[in-house]
Each structure stands twice: as C-alpha cells, then as structure tokens.
Design a binder for this molecule. Sequence first.
Ligand SMILES: Nc1ncnc2c1ncn2[C@@H]1O[C@H](COP(=O)(O)OP(=O)(O)OP(=O)(O)O)[C@@H](O)[C@H]1O
Length: 587
Amino acid sequence: MKMWHVFLDRILVACRVSTCVLANFGLGLYSCWKQFWGDHDVAVGLRAGLATPTQGGKTTGDNGTTGTPARTIGIPQTRIAREMSTATCARFCTPLSSGTAGSTSKLTTGNGSGNTMTSAYKKKIPSNNSTTANTANDSSNTETTFTFKLGRSNGRSSSNVASSESSDPLESDYSEEDPEQEQQRPDPTTNSRSSSTATTTTSSADHDNDVDEEDEEDDEDEEEGNGRDADDATHDSSESIEEDDGNETDDEEDDDESEESSSVQTAKGVRKYHLDDYQIIKTVGTGTFGRVCLCRDRISEKYCAMKILAMTEVIRLKQIEHVKNERNILREIRHPFVISLEWSTKDDSNLYMIFDYVCGGELFTYLRNAGKFTSQTSNFYAAEIVSALEYLHSLQIVYRDLKPENLLINRDGHLKITDFGFAKKLRDRTWTLCGTPEYIAPEIIQSKGHNKAVDWWALGVLIYEMLVGYPPFYDEQPFGIYEKILSGKIEWERHMDPIAKDLIKKLLVNDRTKRLGNMKNGADDVKRHRWFKHLNWNDVYSKKLKPPILPDVHHDGDTKNFDDYPEKDWKPAKAVDQRDLQYFNDF
Ligand SMILES: Nc1ncnc2c1ncn2[C@@H]1O[C@H](COP(=O)(O)OP(=O)(O)OP(=O)(O)O)[C@@H](O)[C@H]1O
C-alpha cells in the first residue's frame, strides 16, 4: 500500500514537471514575442526566472547590487514571485548551474545517501569563517502566486541562493495575475503625492489586504491532540506585545516631514526619525533587492541594521506586496526571539528598514562549523523557536521561512528570527508556493493550500538538521528533494537521541492534520513533548536558559561574524519615477 502511495506521488510530481516543461516552452515563446513587442510585465517574469545577469558570481543588475558577493547570484531567483496567468502557467525546468567559484551555488555533491550527504555538507563549511563559539498576500483562495527561495548555499551563511539556471521544477510557478496587487497599484493618472507628504506614518490597516476571508482551518483541527497534562506554565504570547512598541506612528502627518523622516512614538516619547540619523558603517549581508548594513544611530548611539531595498528591483520582480507585507508584519510583532523593526522609510530610490543589529551572525554558520549540534544545544534553539512560532501563530502569522540562515544569534547567545519576506497574515490557507526546497512542507509541493502547519514541518527539518548536520530531505536537484519530502522516508542516524527523533517524526508528518503543532492543542502539543519536558516555558521566554553558544564579539557593533562585502561595488539605486513611487505610498 505504502509502495503504491510512493508510486502515485512520484507520478504526480512527474506530471507536474512535464506540464511545467511544456507550459514553460509555450511561455518562453510567448515571452519572446511579448518582449519583442514590448510587454514589460511578462518579460520581467521571465528575466526574473531565467536570465539574471551574472558575472563572476556577482550580480550585474542595475539595482545598485553590482558587486554583491557571489552568494547573491541569482538574486531575483531567491525570492521569485511570478504573477502570470494560469493559462500561461509554467515551471522553469532548466539545468542546474554549477555555481560560481568560491561561493554560493548549489550543493552539487552527494547522492542523497546519508554518508555522502554528510560529507557533502561538511565540505560546505566555509574555510574563511571568523565566527567562533565559546563552547562546544495572498488575499483569496484563488491566489496562486509562487514564490521561492531556491537551493541552499554552501557558503557560510546564505541558503536562499538560486542559480539563474536552476532546475527546480517548482521554481517558477505561475499563477493568475494577483488581482490584489493589480488593484493596489495606484492609478497612474492620479496625482502623485509629493515626496514631502509621503511619510511613513501609515496605518496598520494594510494588513487587511493580506488576509484570507474564511475562518481558519476548521478542517485542520479535527484530529485529536495528544492530550498531555498541562503541567508546563504556558506563556500567553499575546501579553508579550508591548503597548508601546516604538513602531507606532503619529496619526497626523507633519508638514515638515519628508519620505526620509517621520515622527514616531517611542517608549521615550515622540522621536522624529530621519535617514541622516543613521551613519552607515559596513555591509553585513545581502538580500534579494539590496543589502543590509551595520549603521549607527547618531541620536541614541545604538548600532542598528539597515535593510536597503532598491525599489526598481522590488517593482521589477513584482514584490511590492511582499515587501509591504514584510514591513507591516514586522511593525505588528514584538517578541524576544524575533527581530525588532525600529523604523522604516523610503526615498525615491530605496526602501529602508531599521532593525536591531544582531552581532553574533547566523546560526547556519555555527552549525556548519560544528558539523552538528548536541541534543542539548539543539533543544535550546528549538525551544526559542517554538516560543516565537507560538507567538506568531497566535497573531495568525505564518512565517514560512524557518531555516538556520534566518536565525541570528545575539550577543547574549539568544536567537533572533529574521527575514519576514515570506511571512503572511492568514485566516485561511494560502496557496503561495514559497520557501526553501529542503524546508518546504509536502502540502506546499502539492499545491494543496497551506497554513501555519508548514512552520511546524520546518521545525522538524530544522531540529533534524541541527542534530545530524544536514537536512532530512536532500538531493542534488530540487526535484529529488521534493520526491523525498513526498515519500516521507527519512534516514535516521543510529545514535540519534530517541526522544528528539520521536519529536521530529511527529513534526514531519505528511498529513498536516496529524502534525504536532497543528492539532487542536496547537503549540502546546509541541511544548509538552518529552524532549522539552525539562523546560519551564516562562523561563524560555524570559531568556533564563543558559545559551550553549556565546558569539565571539568584542562590542555591539562588531562585524567579525559576518562576511566582508566590497563596499565600493555598490552603485546607488536608480530613482523611480513618480508613478512607480506611488506603489510605495504607504510604506
Ligand atoms: N538585524 C540584523 N542584524 C545583523 N545582520 C542582519 C540583520 N538582518 C539581516 N542581517 C544579515 O543580512 C542578511 C540578509 O538579510 P535578509 O535575509 O533580511 O534580507 P533579504 O533581502 O530578505 O534576503 P533574502 O533575499 O535572502 O531573503 C541576513 O542573512 C543576515 O546575515
């Protein structure tokens, strides 16, 4: 019976791939025709998927990212979202690139078997790593926009790197034009707001646009939970939202305020922020549309991380709604293990988000350096993630990008989840195909519609990866990864902690109605699992647990745990015209 299931699953995946090859061929022809005749939008979709200019592992786009280190090759593919008609829907199935020397690219060795995979992953441990450890909007049910971060880097920190010649059969999936995004595009015929009035004092009502209409997942909770004793003190995550989170903005716009400045109510009173308040020190990371810089707030003298997104790129890749979504969700949340957004603004070229600077670098780096973590270390990080996921889910936010690359370690050794580019506020399921291949849940691959259960799946993958050193579903090709995910077959290490293994098994359940975390007791089922039995969850939330790793940092603005990026290669992003600027009126 099981064999039949596997067989049928494989046929299903194969059908999807074949369909996408054919459709892609058609789409290619169509796009060429359109490109020739000047249909910008469709051509953009194709460029994003297939023709990212790369040179020597560096992007050569016009977004100011020229010279971005090689882990960002294929930047547009790292967060691909294509909004095309399902009639022209296709998935690009092109050969894997071999990647760029000394960097990024794909995991191209290993055959998927346990041992080879181990060595393959170990080979990926960066040699020049300076990090050391002290101790061992989808608004409706019809929306089918596909968004992907592809492949995992073999470099020290990036995983969401995609080659422009990726073979991922799900990489470029197409959908009906997102009606919502279309609706939200301002009417170009209306007058542009002058830059002096477009401040960042926006309302959080934007979220409404990202919410599905049906009530959440009645069907998901039918299965019985495990009915464990409620002996653990459970933190009521809703209480953790501080009333004054420093991100609320004044209702009234200040005439003097420009796009680059705005008054914000902070814990210490009203502060008028301005971009000039921030002295940019150094690039510490790169992303899809730009870079993340360490900077210093001249007023508070605090170090911050400034995420700079080139608007031209955001528009080109049709990511307007996703970026606004990211900012809106970040404004709403406040949790000890989630990155804090201090302020956001824009000028006529870039969007800016200012975060706390997390100087310890990515968990990914520590994991690759260590090979694997002990059960105790993994338990510590998993507990902090459970606490954060419980909080996010209580706000109906599904995170959708859990992986070690998105977990930063603070100076105090505690985690901060970063990169909310795929986060989404949900009431019902969503159909956006997004994630990183090794971490995506079966229901995403099967386009069944998904919900917060995907985060619990990803937690299972993450715990496995921390304990074993590589993810449970691995293959050279994304297609192989998806096959393995759907087959549900996991290779277990002989000496793996049996209690951790039990938890992983209960999280990596293909049927999401039986997946721990997604049943009627929600996150409590995970928190009460034996692997977490020793924990007091209030202590977890209050950061009372002793961190297993303390980053080697000498001061709050230390950048030794991040790669060096050639600063002089950054070109200023092109200014967008008034029409395009209106897309970001409420940013
Ligand atoms: N608050 C922060 N403190 C320190 N480093 C950070 C911070 N935020 C981000 N970074 C670094 O910058 C990198 C890119 O940030 P982030 O993932 O948010 O950008 P992105 O554009 O969403 O990237 P991607 O395209 O990979 O999704 C991160 O991997 C991390 O190394």
